[in-house]
Design a protein around this ligand. Sequence first.
Ligand SMILES: *Cc1c(COP(=O)(O)O)cnc(C)c1O
Length: 401
Amino acid sequence: MAKPAPARTPDRHGRFGPYGGRYVPETLIPALDELESGFAKAWRDKGFTGEFRRLLADFVGRPSPLTFAAKLSKETGRKVYLKREDLNHTGAHKINNALGQVLLAKRLGKKRIIAETGAGQHGVATATACALIGLKCRIYMGTEDMRRQAPNVFRMRLLGSEVVGVDSGTHTLKDAVNEALRDWVANVTDTHYCLGTAYGPHPFPLICRTFQAVIGQEARKQILKAEGRLPDALLACVGGGSNAIGLFHAFMKDATVRMFGVEAGGRGAQLGDHAARFDGGRPGVFQGAATWILQDDAGQIQGTHSVSAGLDYAAVGPEHAFLRDLGRAEYLRCSDTEALKAMHRLAETEGIIPALESSHALGRLDTVCERLKKGGIVIVNVSGRGDKDVAEVARIEGVAL
Ligand SMILES: *Cc1c(COP(=O)(O)O)cnc(C)c1O
């Protein structure tokens, strides 16, 4: 039996136990208050939730299937099901949150959306939602990431968004987040900051979880229909933590359902070589929230490495830190090499090329299966498709395209 579900979270201060909160400049507090009450109102309004559900169905293509993986099941001796977020429009789960937030911004009368992106997946999802809903969009991206993810930069521009390169720090995601926060402080009355994962100051982790919870709500219904019972385990990769919390949330009170999150183990255990916050980090404060962070003894944020850009972040969503303290969820790490192997395995056994991020969850499938009884049921979240990664994987494996 897993530990009992936590009490209702976050509390009214935006806390998940000791984590979360609002570590931001004072000037942003009114905007966060407005966002919190505006979101609560919208979520009680059938007009808003109806429109959100309609777009998830007609635009994103939900519900995403729950695919029984026959060969992996045979190999592991457990029943393996795949939640197919890779089949969503734009190729990953990120569109669920981006659509919800842009819809909310429009309702709150905002004229302009800003967002940050690392690999470009959240940027593309936000640019897509802004094109659909009709709001102006500016996306901040580190110049190093722009170089590495040139096709996604072009996609965002095709979708009518402005992409602004950030040339400070390490020229990557954390610098883009800083720049987006700066823009938001200056333009808060007419601008919504569409944050891409279950992170940041309250109410962002709550909003993102609420929009992503559709993943677990669907999976719960689908597995009950397919197997007549709940799964024994859920398995998902954890960058900021949104696809994992989206799958986990609907099962939180089901004490028999164990939850496993997988962080990026990168190329080794040394600080700087991975993004496994729970296995090399310590509690601290970063970009608006208290949580587990990769930092040095002076509290300075450390560089991270992962083969998958979407998991390459120095902090983890505050709710995951809380679930780990409670023992409600367990966190594992998966190295670059193991993730690449898992990508090949799913492609060859099931005909699905997963994103490198999702491959980290798949890379711990055997570990999780060994902890379940024979015939046990596990649902793996295939958070995105691997098309975006094939060129990078070919490069790593020394294959000329
Ligand atoms: C961004 C991304 C992730 C990591 O983000 P979470 O917020 O942890 O879900 C995982 N998978 C894919 C495909 C992504 O694009």
